[in-house]
Design a protein around this ligand. Structure first.
Ligand code: HEM
Length: 464
């Protein structure tokens, strides 16, 4: 691969504290280039909200297409320094950026040792609302929490054992949402998000939580604090109220939802089952964005929407296993996550010196850079769901919307099932989907790298 060749030619001076020169492949960026990375990669990411999006700043980022600028800068740095890992100083912290897919995968593959997912900045952020979540769990507690998450979320299964109930929930909520659209049939983010949030509360906590918007509001307040990481004090009052409210839903362990599975799943003493749930509620919010972006893509690509509609005529609407194998629709969902990954950066800390990073450095995998890499992907900036079916959207090429390796997302299949079910239900409820207002994705031009889902408006006239 061109990148690897470029890297092989590059000399590799050591970074950080003195270590054997042969051990490291990391190069150090100039002060100016570090400043450019801060300004164009990390500042816009932090501004739009890593844990909870700030709509106004997301809108600004979309108007400037800040992710395109970030990705262009990273490509430029790769040309300058070669494709090996590049160390930059970000607000005083040493951060290593993998610049080729093989290194990104190596970092994710060698998790948690030496690259722990319990990275310092991530912990500072997530401590605001999920201090015991698997995502930020270091050391010996990790395997038990991982096993527990996998067991409850049904990680290996295309359809969770409760998928039939989840499908009913999705259909009901989307039908209600569709019937309540105004006469102009315009579907906007707040309406869609409200329906999706009810779906999430019902799937995770049961029907008794369907209308508990206060719980979601409390979590959102804590997520807003988490955007500031170290820079915001922890609010124990609201955290305690959120935890108590969550606990009442979990204690009900209503049949047919994840809370019931939690209640019946074995766990180690230090797993803290209830402490895993805030992450599920938080992470499911990203699934809402993925679903809305998929609808936006289908609205802009009528032939893909037509194929999806054609497929669903032949599917048994009540069979969750059939939906789990709805290849084209599932590929459209995955493609929306390739084009606009909802996890803006995957962070690790190097716990010992390694050829990919010096001891103590943070490692930042910017997945959007690999997902839109025009040097390796001929479909980088177009909607190409077929790439998920013919093997071109390969993790080996750095396409990792759900991460990869031992700490990859254990909710991946559950998310793909839920989002596919939601998109399928919207297609069933509507006669057509068309962009309206300022929502324009020009299929003949390179798709934007930053999309403001909160500003999307879709025309969704009712079916029949
Ligand atoms: C569009 C939706 C989602 C996407 C794109 C996504 C993606 C990811 C990514 C990239 C990671 C790795 C993060 C890191 O290492 O810093 C991750 C981890 C994780 N995700 Fe998801 N996720 C989604 C939704 C969910 C949902 C709904 C759940 C649970 C119901 C979930 C459960 C988890 C857990 C428990 C981890 C931590 C895994 C570990 O550290 O071993 N995710 N996810």
């Amino acid at each position: 691969m061109a990148h690897d060749q470029a890297h092989a030619q590059a000399p590799a001076p050591a970074v950080g504290r003195p270590r054997p020169a042969a051990a490291t492949r990391v190069r150090r960026a100039s002060v100016l280039d570090s400043a450019r990375v801060c300004a164009h990669v990390f500042a816009p990411m932090i501004a739009q909200g890593v844990v909870l999006r700030r709509p106004r700043l997301l809108g600004l980022a979309a108007r400037r297409d800040s992710a395109r600028r970030a990705n262009a800068l990273l490509a430029d740095l790769r040309r300058t320094y070669g494709a090996g890992p590049l160390a930059v100083s970000v607000f005083g912290r040493l951060v290593v950026l993998p610049l080729c897919a093989a290194d990104a995968r190596a970092v994710l593959g060698r998790t948690p040792d030496p690259f722990t997912p319990a990275n310092r900045e991530k912990r500072a952020a997530l401590d605001h609302f999920e201090p015991h979540a698997l995502l930020v769990t270091p050391g010996p507690e990790r395997p038990g929490r991982r096993r527990f998450n996998e067991a409850v979320l049904g990680t290996p299964h295309g359809a969770h054992h409760l998928a039939g109930t989840f499908l009913d929930v999705v259909r009901e909520e989307i039908a209600t949402m569709s019937s309540q659209l105004a006469a102009d049939s315009v579907l906007e983010w707040p309406t869609f998000h409200a329906a999706f949030s009810r779906i999430v509360r019902r799937i995770v906590l049961g029907d008794g939580a369907a209308g508990d918007r206060a719980l979601t509001k409390q979590l959102d307040a804590l997520r807003a604090d988490a955007n500031w990481a170290f820079a915001h004090r922890r609010r124990t009052g609201i955290h305690d109220r959120f935890t108590a409210r969550l606990r009442t839903h979990l204690d009900r362990a209503e049949p047919g939802c994840l809370a019931a599975v939690v209640a019946h799943t074995d766990h180690d003493d230090d797993t803290d089952p209830a402490g895993q749930v805030p992450h599920w509620l938080f992470a499911y919010d990203a699934a809402a964005i993925a679903a809305f972006n998929t609808l936006t893509l289908l609205a802009a690509h009528p032939e893909a929407a037509a194929q999806a509609r054609e497929d669903l005529i032949h599917r048994d609407p009540a069979d969750p296993h059939v939906l789990a194998t709805a290849q084209h629709l599932r590929a459209c969902v995955q493609e929306s996550l390739r084009l606009w990954p909802t996890t803006l950066v995957i962070l690790r800390d190097a716990e010992r010196a390694d050829q990919l990073a010096p001891d103590g450095a943070a490692v930042a995998v910017i997945s959007s850079f690999f997902h839109r890499d025009r040097e390796t992907l001929d479909f980088a900036d177009r909607f190409a769901p077929a790439a998920w079916l013919d093997g071109r959207a390969d993790p080996a090429r750095g396409i990792v919307p759900f991460s990869a390796g031992p700490a990859a997302c254990p909710g991946r299949n559950l998310v793909l099932f839920t989002v596919t079910a939601v998109v399928d239900a919207v297609l069933r409820e509507t006669a057509a989907l068309r962009p309206t207002g300022r929502t324009v994705l020009d299929r003949d031009r390179s798709l934007p790298h930053t999309l403001d889902h909160t500003a999307t408006r879709l025309l969704a006239p009712p079916a029949g």
